[in-house]
Ligand binder design. Structure first.
Ligand SMILES: Nc1nc2c(c(=O)[nH]1)N[C@H]1C(S)=C(S)[C@@H](COP(=O)(O)OP(=O)(O)OC[C@H]3O[C@@H](n4cnc5c(=O)[nH]c(N)nc54)[C@H](O)[C@@H]3O)O[C@H]1N2
Ligand SMILES: Nc1nc2c(c(=O)[nH]1)N[C@H]1C(S)=C(S)[C@@H](COP(=O)(O)OP(=O)(O)OC[C@H]3O[C@@H](n4cnc5c(=O)[nH]c(N)nc54)[C@H](O)[C@@H]3O)O[C@H]1N2
Ligand code: SF4
Ligand SMILES: [Mo]
Length: 720
């Protein structure tokens, strides 16, 4: 068979590994994907998900045409142009009747994997005059934004992983998640961590589970789920009491240290041991390792963000970095000042924390206001915005590459919301749990069938790197790129779409490459230059942090008022021995989130290589002792009950979690009618989430990890 090898990059997760793609040119089929050994950043690295791209592209159940729901609930094929005609017609009616706010968009995981999706949906919304945009990032780690807005920002940026001699990771597992958003360079991550540890990096990991990265740590603090605030406050207590902080930096740039010292006074190592389950000696040791290292940083992932008090956890992480001066100083080189984005100079000034601004659209729910820099509203209020009657009620939702029924907190509420919409559209490669509840499903092209550039994670790379890839193979079927849907709807509605480089032409459809050029206008390195290096390349530039004074003597706020207030609330809670909240005395376990190596949220579960490994459900990992106490064995079914609902799970013994903890991945399962298929489709942990009862200030984050639950043995359900 005639094979041609093309350069591309994987878009199955946020790492964008550079790959060589073998295409059978007679069949027009991708037949193999492997790491590009010559690539300067990835050095040939790929994971199983990337190597599975051919099966994802050629999957027999992949949608090859768009679908429309009929009145009897069945789906029939519809051409993408006809679907856009009908959707635009319905949108026009809704907008004329209820105003543009009734139209909302949800950008899911893959909207972050294709260059311009976030930009086009935002530009389209601007065109129709609707501020109702939601995104998966708003249920990812929104406390990070809150922390910066309250604490303030150091203009020079953080120290980077390269060259660090200490790293403290809270609730993340980048060796599996490959998530560089947590500031660990997830590009060939095992090798990078190995190399760093060989040159002396000290790694501290805070996780209730002995995760892949925790197993590699010099010190693993196996905190009780949801007790990160207690533990982090305890580490800060030791740093302040023993004077381990960076005195010069604190004196020059930080305020409120005495208020913080007072607030953490009673978070002694012994108190932390009693409450959070981490030995006092380890709290002290962690404080010493972290503070005494010369360079490095504390960073956090989804663990503490999904757990109770996520704003507080995030702000304590930032405060720890500030106390130890973990920032780039005057004259230091900026490792990656951006390539396909415009360059912003950096200065040694403090941008004062002014509290959380009430600047964007105000939600009708829980007083939550858009505060994300890009104007997105919290997805935590999306279901209620759909369900709550009154002016501004959302009546139409367009989901781009997301799966709300699986991923949003409180599945039962989400399902009710999805069913109540007047127009429910998704752009998805398959009949996801959400797609089954939609009126239209638009079938999109996949990564290797479209030109793209590494735009969305441009500044996450450890060095100034970029790659452009042309389509490696021609898409078969009536498939479109997501931007074409928004362009098509704008054309039909007579609205405009303005991108960085100006308005998209409406008299003719631009090509994908013209679209990418419009998106990257003003970048440090023009896309035309990046295109000349098909396998990706470094585009070095020397940029240093410049000196600047902080306006009005602005300081980073270690004693920020909401932080102090929340620390006092935590300390005033009773220590129940299981999480600190009295309500939880009625619950025996805490269910914690985790990611799985072989799948990306709800994607990849249906691929032959994964099924062949026997991965058909999101196993409920528990300690052997807890399983024995239930009188059952690995492989048996359990019933998991929270204060919201009950799900089934297939239990599996592991040494990785202690007694009292159950670890399960999210985004599995389907709607309740399919619960009996738990062994073949898994179950939805988000059905356990109680969005009305537990929610964080500003972000509305519910408890999607560290969920208090009870567990009992379950019978095999009927209908299997
Ligand atoms: N309990 C709990 N809940 C969580 C989390 C948790 O840790 N615990 N994590 C949260 C986080 S961080 C996130 S980001 C969200 C994820 O939230 P979502 O993004 O809403 O969920 P996914 O499961 O990633 O859905 C991706 C969808 O895109 C489709 N898809 C795959 N490839 C393509 C493509 O190329 N194009 C298009 N158009 N579609 C494609 C898939 O079939 C799938 O239906 O979940 C959140 N929910
Ligand atoms: N293979 C794979 N990669 C992925 C994804 C995937 O589904 N699969 N999803 C992608 C997405 S959307 C995202 S946002 C990133 C996320 O990237 P990460 O944040 O690295 O996600 P996880 O691997 O789930 O790591 C979270 C860790 O937090 C721990 N944890 C749970 N509860 C708590 C708690 O209360 N406190 C503490 N300290 N820890 C806790 C869990 O045991 C787990 O080890 O990964 C991305 N990459
Ligand atoms: S880590 Fe795996 S899924 Fe992610 S981009 Fe690389 S090969 Fe693809
Ligand atoms: Mo995420």
């Amino acid at each position: 068979m005639p094979i041609e090898t093309k350069k591309s990059f994987c878009r199955m997760c946020h790492a964008f590994c550079a790959v060589d793609v073998d295409v059978d040119t007679t069949l027009n089929k991708v037949v193999a994907v492997r790491g590009d050994a010559d690539n300067p950043i990835f050095g040939g690295y790929t994971c199983i998900k990337g190597r599975n791209l051919p099966d994802q592209h050629n999957h027999p159940e992949r949608l090859r045409t768009s679908l429309k729901r009929m009145p009897d609930g069945t789906f029939v094929p519809i051409s993408s142009e006809e679907a856009m005609d009908e959707i635009a017609g319905k949108l026009r009616v809704i907008i004329e009747r209820d105003g543009p706010r009734a139209v909302a968009t949800y950008n899911g995981t893959y909207a972050y994997l294709y260059g311009g999706l976030l930009a086009i949906s935002k530009a389209w919304h601007k065109g129709i005059g609707s501020p109702m945009m939601f995104c998966s990032a708003s249920i990812d780690q929104p406390g990070k934004q809150i922390a910066m807005m309250r604490h303030g920002i150091w203009g020079g940026g953080d120290q980077s992983f390269d060259g660090s001699d200490v790293m403290l990771m809270v609730g993340c597992n980048p060796l599996v998640s490959m998530f560089a958003g947590i500031k660990f360079p997830a590009y060939n991550p095992w090798k990078r961590l190995n190399d760093a540890q060989k040159r002396g990096l000290q790694l501290i990991v805070i996780d209730p589970r002995s995760s892949d990265v925790a197993k590699r740590a010099d010190l693993h603090l196996q905190v009780k789920p949801g007790e990160d605030p207690t533990l982090l406050a305890g580490i800060i207590h030791v740093i302040l009491e023993e004077g381990l902080y960076d005195g010069d930096f604190v004196q020059a740039h930080v305020a409120g240290v005495e208020e913080l010292r007072e607030a953490v006074k009673d978070f002694t190592p012994d108190y932390v041991e009693t409450r959070a389950g981490v030995p006092a000696q380890h709290v002290i040791k962690a404080a010493h390792i972290f503070a005494e290292g010369k360079r490095g940083m504390a960073t956090s992932g989804t663990g503490p963000s999904m757990a109770p008090r996520s704003n507080l956890s995030e702000q304590l992480v930032v405060t720890l970095n500030t106390l130890c001066g973990r920032y780039l100083r005057e004259g230091e080189s900026i490792p990656n000042p951006g390539t396909l984005t415009p360059t912003m100079p950096r200065f040694t000034n403090v941008m004062a924390g002014k509290g959380v601004p009430q600047m964007g659209e105000k939600s009708r729910i829980k007083g939550i206001t858009a505060y994300m820099p890009d104007g997105d509203l919290q997805a935590t209020v999306a279901a209620d915005e759909i369900l709550t009657p009154g002016p501004g009620q959302v009546r139409a939702l367009i989901t781009i590459a997301g799966n709300p029924v699986s991923a949003w907190p409180d599945q039962l509420k989400t399902i009710e919301a999805m069913k109540s919409l007047e127009l429910n559209v998704t752009i998805d490669i398959k009949m996801s749990a959400t797609a089954k509840l939609c009126d239209y499903i638009i079938a999109p092209k996949l990564g290797l069938e479209r030109p793209d550039a590494t735009l969305l994670i441009d500044t996450w790379f450890p060095e100034p790197y970029a790659q452009y890839a042309a389509a490696a193979v021609e898409a078969e079927g009536d498939l479109v790129e997501e931007w074409e849907v928004f362009w098509g709807l704008a054309k039909r509605l007579g609205t405009e779409v303005v991108l960085a480089g100006g308005a998209m032409p409406m008299d003719r459809k631009p090509t994908s490459d013209e679209y990418l050029d419009l998106l990257t206008a003003g970048s440090r390195v023009p896309l035309s230059e990046v295109r000349k290096h098909p396998g990706g390349a470094l585009f070095p530039v020397e940029m240093k942090v410049q000196r600047a004074e902080s306006p009005d003597g602005a300081r980073l706020q270690a004693g920020e008022i909401e932080l102090i207030a929340e620390l006092r609330e935590v300390r005033a809670e009773p220590v129940t021995g299981h999480g600190g909240y009295t309500m939880e005395e009625a619950f025996s376990h805490r269910l914690i989130s985790r990611r799985l190596r072989d799948v990306n949220n709800s994607s990849g579960r249906d691929l032959p290589a994964i099924l062949a490994k026997g991965i058909t459900t999101n196993l409920a990992y528990m300690s052997a002792v807890d399983i024995a106490e239930l009188g059952i064995n690995s492989g048996d079914l359990i019933e998991i009950t929270s204060d919201r609902s009950t799900i089934l799970g297939v239990v599996e013994a592991t040494d990785d979690v202690p007694s009292g903890v159950i670890s399960m991945s999210h985004s599995w399962g389907d709607t309740p009618e399919n619960d009996h298929k738990v062994r073949t489709i898994g179950s939805s942990t988000n059905r356990l989430v109680n969005l009305d009862k537990h929610h964080e200030k500003w972000t509305g984050m519910a408890w999607q990890s560290a969920i208090p639950v009870n567990i009992k043995a379950a019978k095999e359900p009927v209908g299997v």
